[in-house]
Design a protein around this ligand. Structure first.
Ligand code: GLU
Ligand code: ZN
Length: 488
């Protein structure tokens, strides 16, 4: 059997980790099996549809470097791939079930449905339609029609028996038909299909072989199996993916932190890191290997390495992957990624000079080890392009020293600046260590005031390298400024 899988998002919000994980697994599964990966836009809920969400979908996958073989933007043999452009197809299929007695028209008013709902709640009954119109007489139907009431079309869920959904990961899930949503709407009165009808019809017509999607869709799957049977079709192979949780065991949500890929992208995560980490949410290759590139996953992904247990989204672990992929970049590559961040944060102007860009590149070895996300570059490198912002004099004073001691440390450091540019890291350190010993202070206490004077902060890239990049002249004047701040 040829593998055809799909990602079928409803564009109602930003692409989140769970959705992207589904998309990636489908994509990798298609690639690993030389199959096709289809993008289908499920926009039948026009009230919740948003253009911005659709744009975010395209942006997110372009950024991740993931391409579908068939979809709204590239076409394919089963076009159109947008459900709102397929209304006639759903209507035709609903009519077919109607004609075969497997569906029926329901003329109930909103007011009546509301009333049923209220009674059910008051009596602690399961909510659901009471099947009132399932057995209307021809005369009753004609009467409602004559009144101009537009019906919805409801599916006749069998009253007896049971339905089984086979899931390659979860095993068989059995439901008594009496526990299935009583007669869900297939076609709304405005002619639009519901999710159930459109999803089933499209998966069949688009010859989808496997459905890999989030576990939240398990409850509606038995109903879908019934729909396939009513049409005389074989359902695709189901594989519901493990849930993604926060560290507290609750479904991952905004409470835990960022959940949309856009937020991670804006925060300076690399697509390689996001792909690598997200792929390990509920999947593993073996019990040890952690690093996977997109092309590794395109070869190695298999359903039998999926995990049934929920996956926990660990923000720290993603940071760890991101740091890894940052360090894998060459200085040139990293500088190219960092420059837009520096511009956005106002560290660089919109059109930086060539010398400034060269400085950014030279600074890469200095900050590569310290960056968790690309955005860290702004804080780490700002001192190279602007005088440090005002800071209180106490910032300059290490715990073990007083203002006088800090001032003395700065004075001694200024005396060592000459020739520092040509010294290696080790030589510079030896020089300062010697001076610290001579003064009877710790090396750290000698360097801390200098670090604050030069960078404006107690956390900075390695100090000697920073001084070298900034230049001796600017360093000297910043040290002098700090000394005068201390003497006030
Ligand atoms: N449109 C549904 C969603 O938003 C598709 C669910 C499925 O994959 O069947 O996720
Ligand atoms: Zn009704």
């Amino acid at each position: 059997m040829s593998v055809r899988v799909r990602y079928a998002p409803s564009p109602t919000g930003l692409q989140h980790i769970g959705g992207v994980r589904s998309a990636l697994f489908n994509y990798f599964f298609a690639r690993a099996n030389r199959g096709a990966f289809v993008l289908r836009i499920e926009d039948t809920d026009q009230g919740r549809y948003s253009d911005e969400a659709l744009q975010d979908l395209y942006d997110t996958f372009a950024w991740l470097g993931v391409r579908w073989d068939e979809g709204p933007d590239c076409g394919g043999p089963f076009a159109p791939y947008v459900q709102s452009a397929r209304s006639a197809i759903y209507r035709e299929h609903a009519m077919r079930l109607l004609a075969e007695g497997k569906a029926y028209e329901c003329f109930c008013s909103e007011a009546r449905l509301d009333r049923i709902r209220r009674i059910q709640t008051a009596n602690k009954m399961a909510p659901g339609y009471d099947r009132h119109c399932r057995s209307l007489s021809a005369a009753e139907i004609a009467e409602s029609r004559a009144e101009g009431i537009k019906p919805v079309i409801r599916f006749k869920v069998p009253l007896e028996g049971g339905t089984t959904m086979h899931d390659v990961l979860l095993g068989d899930i059995e439901r008594k038909n009496e526990d299935i949503n009583p007669d869900p709407v297939l076609l709304k009165s405005d002619g639009f299909p519901t999710y159930h009808l459109a999803n089933v019809v499209d998966d069949h017509l688009m010859e989808i072989s496997h459905i890999l999607r989030a576990q939240e869709w398990v409850p509606s799957a038995p109903l879908h199996v019934l729909l396939y049977e009513s049409f005389g079709w074989t359902p695709p192979i189901y594989c519901h993916l493990p849930m993604v949780m926060g560290s507290d065991g609750q479904k991952l949500s905004k409470r835990h932190g960022s959940t949309s890929v856009r937020e991670f992208r804006d925060a300076g995560y690399l697509p390689e890191a996001v792909i690598n980490y997200v792929s390990l949410l509920g999947w593993s290759y073996d019990d040890t290997r952690e690093f996977f590139s997109t092309s590794d996953l395109e070869r190695l992904f298999t359903l039998d390495r999926l995990n049934k247990a929920p996956a926990v989204f660990d923000y720290k672990k993603l940071d760890w992957f991101n740091g890894h992929y940052i360090r894998m970049k060459s200085d040139e590559e990293l500088a190219e990624l960092v420059v837009p961040v520096l511009k956005r944060d106002g560290v660089l102007a919109e059109n930086p000079q060539a010398s400034e860009l060269a400085l950014v590149r030279e600074a890469m070895p200095l900050i590569k080890e310290r960056m968790r996300v690309l955005n860290d570059a702004s804080g780490l490198l700002r001192f190279l392009f602007a005088e440090p912002a005002e800071y209180p004099a106490e910032e300059l004073v290490p715990k073990k020293l007083d203002a006088k001691g800090a001032r003395a440390a700065l004075g001694e450091a200024a005396g060592l600046l000459e020739g520092l540019a040509s010294r290696s890291e080790e030589e510079a350190e030896r020089l300062f260590r010697g001076k610290a010993d001579e003064m009877g202070v710790k090396l750290g206490d000698l360097l801390m005031p200098v670090r604050v004077a030069v960078t404006g902060s107690r956390v900075s890239p390695p100090l000697f390298g920073s001084i070298r990049l900034l230049g001796i002249e600017k360093t000297r004047s910043r040290i002098e400024r700090a000394m005068s701040l201390l003497s006030k």
